[in-house]
Design a protein around this ligand. Structure first.
Ligand SMILES: [Zn+2]
Length: 774
């Protein structure tokens, strides 16, 4: 919905509210006049009521709209619940028939006999009832006795005790009301409550609502107006105790349901991303967050967006045990309370749009694209890296991450090697003005305009050639992950910067589309030709360069590593080695569809760099995402041998039929025994195996009935792991289909020490640890 539409909508609502108010006044006057008239006819009956007439005005809460993923899966829903109202003026009994058995015996009243209650008796029963309500409600619903006592003490007819009560709890209260003749003092009206059926799933993006169902953060806040709907009203003329005088004098405006949102988020991709971020957070013992983003490069739609740790929007104020313990340890009340608020906001913050970081070497993509576009360099330009570069104005040479230098390189090698001196030379040749123009043109100086809350913009103070040299490789100025992936998407998609968006459609309550959003072009930043050159060079980074660990067999992935020191945090905490490692990629390189950015804020395990810590996360994501997106894999011969296939069930077949079936899958086999039909096999049916696997088929009898202890393979080379497992009667499968024996095993799906059946397949992940690029 455009700004203007929203304004118009608010205006209309304002007018309706005003008209309702006017109507209400008119109605009240009409009723008073009518009552005054009736008084003449039946003075006794109406006199008291006319003197104290008033209205009871009940707000009818609208049902909040649903938030769906791109395929219509509901991620935030509102269910009907009930709201409990207390009328303090109806607690006291009016006559003896209002009394419960217990109350009658307390007053010494005989059963089935009518008494006139004295004021003292009424007050005594009232107090007893208040005590009962205050003691009982907290045992039935989520409310504390102080709150109930406070409300019961109010001198009016309408007190909301609790909203969002579910049916089974409401039934308990109804039972309590019946048992104690409290049906006038307590009653229910309809309500609605927000639920997030998948807990922490997409939590930072969805946000959460407060106790009055108002959006507090995320899309719930950004689209609060749209989702909320319009409250209705039920106005009834009552006597001073809140008794409705007559249904004739009732004004009823039904609530108007909120509109729903359909997101660009794809639940399946979001799941792949969240799962891998959580694994990466734990594997790398990350001190900050693991952050990830996936974008449709041709449309600007955000397909997945997450950070870990997360929170459950069903309980948005609940902190993790660790954080809660830290806060509980603060002695000072005021400081503790402030720390608590800060922790809640931190927990809600949507890092992909709010986290500012130095992009590091991922930024070399932008510097190189700008220089190509300006004809300052060509793919065949030659550079020389001696290991450092002296820049005028700085007292010492600025180092390459590879201290011995990269020697002679062309532009492609510069990106593959992620060479700093070469990129500094490129930046310096471009000059400050041109460089700054491109940074601006790629949208890195402004908010992206995404329809989310909390978007940050970093500092950019390019004042000298020393600044320029360092900025060229992404140091000393900051941006957000969303800005970065949006700029890289422009590099990939033919050169057009798009405005990112996360809402695809706004739906009316009847399901019709009220508004839809799609590709919004901001500007053409580089030519289609420059874009093509960049795609080809960045694919090379993943094939043979520092981005090798993001390589996915069968797919053309292009990408770039990034590693930056968090200097300010290191100075502040006195800790060494605080880094942000990142990897940005897109695929397929020849026809890009998605871009992925993953960042780890302060990983603490291993030889920290973007190539080692973050590229494998992107690989794991791509491995699942690309087949899901129906992108066909095209394997090289080597990849064909290493790709994964599912082992068929061969029992009952002849050996030659089984051999033919396996051959179709690229598998080979050998036999044990001499019967005509296959009686057993290893690996077992349905196991995922590498296509270079050699199966054993048993013709008579079964495989050896023995358990094998899985060895710890981590830090072994792939070839070593292969031969170790083979000698034990176990099989190996390499995730991602990597076949280079020199790679190091970093993970295995069944941990060392586990007992498994003979012939079990162990899946390992490997990393090229030689990649230490910044
Ligand atoms: Zn270098």
């Amino acid at each position: 919905m455009s700004q203007i539409d929203r304004k118009a909508d608010r205006h209309t609502r304002g007018r309706i509210m005003f008209m309702m108010a006017v109507f209400c006044v008119l109605l009240t006057s009409a009723v008073i006049i009518r009552l005054a008239f009736l008084q003449i006819i039946n003075q006794d009956f109406y006199q008291q009521k006319a003197l104290s007439n008033q209205t009871r005005d009940i707000t009818l809460y609208p049902t909040r709209g649903t938030i769906y993923d791109t395929n219509g899966k509901p991620l935030a829903i509102s269910a009907s619940t009930e709201m409990l109202i207390l009328n303090p003026r109806q607690i006291a009994p009016k006559e003896s028939s209002d009394l419960t058995k217990a109350e009658r015996s307390l007053l010494g009243f005989a059963e089935n006999q009518k008494y006139t209650l004295t004021d003292e008796q009424k007050t005594a029963i009232r107090e007893r009832r208040i005590q009962l309500i205050v003691e009982s409600l907290p045992t039935l619903i989520d409310v504390d006795s102080e709150t109930v006592a406070e409300k019961a003490a109010k001198n009016n007819a309408y007190q909301v005790v609790l909203r969002g009560i579910e049916k089974d709890q409401a039934d308990l209260v109804r039972q309590f009301m019946n048992d104690n003749k409290l049906a006038g003092a307590l009653y229910f009206v309809g309500d609605s409550t927000r639920y997030y059926p998948y807990g922490s799933f997409l939590a930072h993006v969805l946000g959460c609502v407060g106790t009055d169902e108002q959006g507090l953060t995320g899309l719930e806040k950004k689209y609060d107006d749209v989702l909320t709907g319009t409250a209705g009203r039920k106005v009834t003329l009552t006597d001073r105790d809140g008794n409705a005088l007559s249904e004739d004098y009732e004004l009823y405006y039904p609530a108007e349901e909120g509109q729903s949102l359909v997101l660009t988020i794809d639940e399946v991709l979001q799941h792949f991303l969240e799962k891998n971020l959580e694994i990466a957070y734990n594997d790398n013992e990350v001190q900050g967050s693991a952050i990830g983003l996936v974008m449709d490069v041709n449309d600007g739609g955000i397909l997945a967006m997450a950070s870990y740790p997360d929170f459950d929007p069903n309980e948005p104020f609940k902190l993790s045990e660790t954080v809660q313990a830290e806060i509980d340890a603060i002695a000072d009340d005021e400081k503790r309370s402030a720390a608590r608020s800060e922790a809640v906001y931190e927990q809600w913050s949507n890092k992909p749009v709010s986290f500012l970081y130095y992009p590091g070497s991922t930024f070399k993509i932008i510097t190189t694209a700008a220089a190509l576009e300006e004809d300052i360099v060509t793919p065949s330009s030659q550079f020389y890296c001696s290991g450092s570069l002296k820049v005028d104005g700085w007292h010492k040479p600025i180092n390459c991450w590879k201290r011995v230098g990269h020697g002679a390189q062309n532009l492609r090698n510069v990106l593959e090697n992620s060479c700093n001196p070469a990129i500094m030379n490129i930046g310096l040749s471009m000059g400050r003005t041109t460089f700054a123009e491109y940074v601006k043109a790629f949208g890195l100086r402004d908010k992206t305009g995404v329809d989310l809350t909390g978007e940050a913009v970093g500092l950019f103070n390019l004042n000298s050639n020393v600044d320029l040299a360092v900025y060229s490789f992404g140091q000393n100025f900051s941006l957000t992950p969303l800005q970065m992936i949006t700029a890289v998407s422009a590099v990939a998609n033919g050169g057009t910067l798009l405005e990112p968006h996360i809402v695809k459609e706004v739906l009316n309550a009847d399901g019709t589309i009220a508004q839809s959003y799609g590709r919004t072009e901001v500007r053409q930043v580089i030519s289609a030709e420059t874009s093509e050159t960049m795609r080809e060079m960045l694919e090379s980074v993943v094939k043979v360069g520092t981005g090798k660990n993001a390589y996915v067999a069968g797919y053309r992935v292009a990408g770039k590593t990034g590693t930056t020191e968090k200097i300010a945090d290191m100075n502040q905490t006195g800790q060494d080695n605080l880094y942000v490692t990142s990897f940005v990629a897109f695929a397929p390189a020849d026809n890009p569809q998605i871009a992925v950015l993953v960042l780890l804020d302060m990983p603490t395990v291993g030889n920290i760099s973007g190539g080692i810590n973050t590229a494998p996360i992107v690989r794991r994501f791509m491995e699942e995402a690309l087949p899901y997106l129906d992108i066909d894999a095209i394997y090289t011969e080597d990849e064909q041998n290493a790709k994964s296939v599912i082992m068929p069930d061969l029992t009952g077949m002849s050996y030659s039929d089984a051999e033919a079936a396996l051959k179709k899958l690229g598998l080979t086999c050998s036999s044990v025994g001499s019967e005509a039909k296959i009686t057993d096999q290893v690996p077992a049916a349905n196991a995922t195996v590498s296509s270079n696997t050699k199966a054993i088929l048993y013709l008579g009898g079964t495989k050896p009935d023995k358990q094998v202890t899985v060895p710890d393979l981590t830090r072994h080379t792939l070839s070593n792991a292969k031969s170790t497992l083979q000698s034990m009667g176990l099989y190996i499968r390499v995730a991602g289909g990597v076949s280079e024996g020199t790679q190091t095993v970093t993970k295995q799906d069944i941990v060392g020490g586990t007992q498994v059946a003979y012939g079990t397949v162990i899946t390992v992940e490997t990393t090229d640890t030689a990649q230490q690029s910044h």
